[in-house]
Design a protein around this ligand. Structure first.
Ligand code: N01
Length: 538
């Protein structure tokens, strides 16, 4: 029997998504005295760390800054095992947080929000889900993740394939047995690289279908002992302060080294020193010119190309694995561990789908223009419809019933990635035009955004106000600023998910604000101090 709901249940806020941001949103908003209903499509918390359980999934941010800061007790009691923990550890951490702060109580799992419609007369959101339930909420918090809507390219005849197709972002909980199997991997981004290097020793044969070769940095991942943990924990307050004041939300920041004034030998030694840290600091903690200046960028590119080439036995394979069509760091730079050594194994074959494109799937595998490649399993490490995908897959309608999907098809618009003009009382995290969308140690930005959002809601309540929405003017101003700063960088010169160019038909636009986490945070603080000047409130 289907239940007929007479009038929808009323809550103060609906939170969509139970990843890092959604969990923290539930915690902060409940703490502020609001009634909160969370919804999550998965059967538990974790978001990215719930869905991306593929072999080798591992964080590229240091564990001691990839965490929550809001509870001293939590900071003291949680022990990270290593510098860059694997997926199960981060998932365990998020489950621990959910249990400790009773976050699950507010969340309905196995439930996908399908639509959110703004009712302008009631000044509330009507939210419906795939269980046929409808709720009425004053506020809507979309913490649906920036990299959560899988991109599955529509390869011809994929339904004919008799083997198994798995997207890395929907990895089965029960795992996959690779022993003796012929495995195809499509995609060599941060995910593909982690999968390939991890399963290469396990598979019978592997064929990697690469479209674009990436620059990488070898990960240095020491295990922590009690002394190392104690030292890191002693610095946690200082670290919390620091991460909000750096360009990328990490504890390292741009340096003032004048690389170009150095002798070639001194420059090489400096690059070697930065590279040896084995973290993303070589990229976003070295010198800012790497993202702004063609000459400096070429120095970094040349250095990393040489490092890659030196590790590959077959020069023809090296020619394919060394990037040749973009500058270092203009797309996400993955950390890797023995990635290139995988291609030195006799059972691993690299196919350039630039040279020999995929024509179709067959019953037995994948046919490129050079012939058929047999596979028992094909792994789609093909990424995500980043920034916008998770939001536009929900039918969100603002004032006058305008669909966010339709509006954004004309061109993405947000005010600082926090709100959109025409969509009152809807807040977002990790959305376009904030650093959180790509250029950030994600938890730094998510916590900053949730803190800003909960402060804003508290301000409204304390002021007897019910509705907040950015004016068209303030939104236009932010978008113009975003575009101006974007144009100063080298990033728009390269195709990647940063530019939305990985999705057919998506308008090319830099998704994340590249002006710095520090600058963005200051702008958010300023808005708050000025009582949301430029926002329309009633
Ligand atoms: O996705 P991607 P990802 N035919 O879009 C290829 C974060 N992350 O899941 O580059 C053939 O980067 C595509 O080719 P090309 C991190 O922010 C973090 O790897 O478009 N190939 C590319 O090689 C990261 O940046 C961590 O030419 C096709 C790949 O698929 C983000 O998630 C770990 C294709 C997709 O790469 C996304 O990474 C993992 C087609 N039709 C991820 N379509 C850590 O913190 C796509 N490709 C460690």
């Amino acid at each position: 029997m289907t239940q007929v709901q007479s009038s929808p249940r009323q809550v103060d806020v609906v939170v969509v998504g139970a990843g890092f941001a959604g969990m923290y949103g539930v915690h902060r908003l409940r703490e502020a005295g609001l009634s909160v209903q969370g919804f999550e499509a998965g059967d538990s918390v974790g978001g990215t760390w719930y869905w991306n359980r593929y072999p080798g999934a591992r964080v590229d941010s240091q564990s001691y800054i990839y965490q929550y800061w809001f509870s001293d007790e939590l900071l003291k009691e949680w022990d990270w095992s290593e510098r860059f923990p694997a997926q199960p550890e981060t998932e365990r951490y998020l489950n621990h947080v959910a249990d400790k702060f009773s976050i699950r109580d507010a969340i309905q799992f196995n439930t996908r929000v399908e639509a959110a419609i703004w009712d302008d007369s009631a000044k509330r959101w009507t939210v419906s889900n795939d269980r046929g339930e409808t709720l009425s909420a004053q506020f809507l918090l979309m913490s649906t993740g920036g990299l959560s809507a899988p991109n599955t390219p529509p390869f011809k005849h994929h339904e004919k394939f008799k083997g198994q197709i798995i997207h890395t972002g929907r990895w089965p909980k029960e795992g996959v047995d690779f022993a003796g199997k012929k495995v195809g991997v499509i995609g060599t981004g941060a995910t593909g690289i982690q999968v390939i290097q991890t399963i290469a020793p396990l598979v019978g044969q592997m064929t990697v279908f690469q479209r674009t070769a990436n620059y990488t940095i070898p990960m240095r991942n020491p295990q922590y002992d009690d002394a190392a943990r104690a030292e890191l924990k002693a610095r946690s307050k200082a670290m919390e302060h620091r991460v909000h004041r750096t360009f990328a939300g990490f504890d390292y920041d741009w340096q003032s080294t004048d690389l170009m004034a150095m002798t070639p030998e001194a420059r090489e030694a400096q690059l070697d020193e930065w590279f040896a840290d084995g973290s993303l600091s070589f990229w976003i903690g070295s010198i800012q010119g790497v993202l702004l200046d063609e000459g400096i960028n070429a120095v970094f590119s040349d250095f990393v190309k040489r490092k890659i080439r030196a590790r590959i036995h077959d020069p023809k394979v090296a020619d394919l694995l060394v990037p040749d069509d973009h500058g270092f760091g203009t797309r996400r730079v993955p950390l890797e561990t023995k990635y290139y050594e995988a291609y030195n194994q006799p059972n691993v074959k690299l196919v350039s789908v630039k040279a020999t494109p995929i024509v179709e799937f067959t019953e037995r595998g994948i046919r490129t223009t050079e012939g058929e490649h047999e596979c028992d399993i094909v792994i789609f490490a093909t990424g995500f419809d980043a920034g916008t995908g998770a939001l536009t897959r929900v039918d969100i309608r603002g004032k006058d019933g305008v669909s966010l999907k339709d509006a954004w098809a004309e061109g993405i618009r947000t005010t600082m990635g926090l709100q959109v003009h025409g969509y009152p009382n809807m807040f977002m995290t990790m959305a376009p035009f904030s650093p959180a969308a790509a250029f950030c140690n994600v938890p730094t930005c998510l916590q900053q955004q949730i803190d800003w959002i909960s402060d804003c809601v508290k301000y409204l309540r304390a002021s007897g106000l019910k509705v907040i929405e950015p004016s068209l003017e303030i939104e236009n101003k932010w978008i113009a600023h975003h575009d101006e700063v974007s144009a100063m960088t080298l990033i728009p010169k390269t195709n990647s998910w940063y530019m939305g160019s990985n999705i057919e038909g998506k308008k090319r636009r830099l998704l994340a604000y590249p002006g710095g986490v520090n600058t963005y945070r200051a702008a958010c603080e300023d808005l708050k101090a000025k009582h949301y000047e430029g926002f329309e409130m009633a």
